[in-house]
Design a protein around this ligand. Structure first.
Ligand SMILES: [Zn+2]
Length: 428
């Protein structure tokens, strides 16, 4: 396909007012001010349209759309232990499949082309990923409250190995598998160490929750005499490329430790606010050299999977909490929501509009009233129109969403089956 006479925003905020962008197969093959000599097939009129890189949701639990609105106005500990875990005990395979599809549909409609996930019943989420056309890094959450069990004794271990064999790199790398221990407070140091060995054995990335709440951070120091970050260092987890979610309570020493390794922080501003966990000082973290990407966390704590909404929240919080209107300007925000996320997934050829990169593209309708007039399209997207301006989403060169229509899934069926699954769980 070729986008003709279209405005383009690149990941670093560079704005090109009128371009031709040609896609061949799954790649961006042409970017220029003049039409290319070769034929690219389908022609898309770029008048009043803007093309930007697809957004990357760097931390979520997509099937938790099933729990959207199920635990409200609660702090993390009682939200998790009194509401979420008991509901999750009753989950079943089909429920996770439909819940995943519902979350994926929301992401496609709001311009997300890839996400990093941690959950259970991962083959059902993978099935939803493969069918819908989205990209994902999938990790089976590893947690254990039985002191007699080793990592190899846990179902999560067998399932992670099975996921690696079956799906790591599937569909030309559209699905990748991460090793994903849930958190320090839901595992033990020896399990984390074994998880790191498993990741090293297969050359995989890792994904974990770190220092989300003050109490979690403090209790870890009480248990182990060190912060969660220093514990991860001790057990060898920082030797693998790693995404840490939240990091609200990271100390300066933690950040210095993390920047010496291949670690990205997935900043989940809205979830942290909603669960009353605090505000991660990401402006400072970035100044200290820590890469920061953006995640929504789950729909149970957000309650949306909308990356434009999430970027808006992160940018406003950064400006307000530092009392600096220049903190996280729109171009940097876009980079965090796109390219930084792709890099955190190990997808070096994703997250930007550059020749040779994967064609993960989002088209905006510039006639949306929130985008008029067009002094600053990106700021108007973030603070004005929001994701309702998304009119087309393309992943690996394949159109998956266009003008309100989902081209890879039956949205009415997804809605109905998700409700049916939730009713079944409620009846248990
Ligand atoms: Zn999470």
């Amino acid at each position: 396909m070729i986008f003709e006479n279209i405005a383009v925003l690149q990941a670093n905020g560079t704005y090109l007012p009128s371009c031709y962008v040609g896609v061949r197969g799954d790649r961006i093959a042409y970017i220029g001010e003049n039409p290319p000599a070769e034929d690219y097939g389908e022609r898309i009129n770029g008048k009043d349209r803007l093309l930007m890189p697809g957004m990357v949701n760097a931390h979520t639990h997509v099937a938790m759309t099933l729990l959207r609105g199920y635990g409200e106005d609660l702090p993390l500990q009682s939200w998790l232990f009194d509401r979420i875990f008991p509901f999750e005990d009753k989950l079943f395979s089909e429920a996770v499949y439909w819940g995943s599809l519902l979350g994926i549909a929301e992401m496609l409609k709001t311009g997300t082309t890839s996400f990093t996930d941690m959950y259970y019943f991962c083959d059902d989420t993978v099935r939803a990923v493969l069918e819908s056309g989205i990209k994902a890094n999938i990790g089976r959450g590893i947690s254990c409250f039985d002191p007699t069990k080793r990592l190899a004794d846990l179902p999560a271990y067998a399932e992670t190995r099975e996921l690696i064999t079956q799906y790591h790199g599937a569909e030309n790398g559209r699905v990748l598998v991460d090793v994903a221990p849930h958190a320090e407070y839901t595992t033990r140091p020896d399990l984390l160490q074994d998880a790191a060995s498993l990741a090293a054995e297969h050359g995989l990335r890792m994904h974990i929750h770190v220092s989300e709440t003050a109490s979690e951070h403090k209790e870890c120091v009480g248990r182990h005499g060190k912060t969660p970050t220093r514990l991860l260092e001790q057990v060898g987890m920082l030797r693998q490329p790693l995404t840490i979610a939240h990091g609200v309570w990271l100390t300066d020493d933690d950040v210095h430790c993390l920047t010496a390794h291949d670690v990205t922080l997935a900043h989940c501003a809205k979830s942290n606010l909603k669960l009353g966990s605090g505000i991660a000082p990401v402006v400072k973290f970035r100044e200290m050299g820590l890469p920061v990407a953006i995640g929504t966390d789950s729909a149970a704590s957000n309650n949306a999977l909308d990356m434009v909404d999430e970027m808006r929240m992160a940018a406003l919080l950064a400006k307000g909490s530092t009392r600096d209107a220049g903190a996280l300007p729109a171009g940097e925000m876009l980079f965090m929501g796109t390219r930084a996320g792709a890099l955190s997934q190990g997808r070096t050829d994703c997250g930007d509009i550059q020749i040779g990169y994967r064609a993960d593209l989002v088209m905006l309708d510039l006639t949306d009233l929130g985008l008029c007039p067009s002094h600053a399209p990106l700021s108007n997207l973030l603070y004005g129109a929001g994701s309702r301006a998304v009119c087309m989403t393309v992943i690996d060169g394949r159109t998956v969403y266009k003008n309100g229509e989902f081209l890879t899934l039956d949205i009415e069926r997804v809605r109905a089956e998700t409700q049916r699954a939730v009713d079944k769980i409620a009846a248990k």
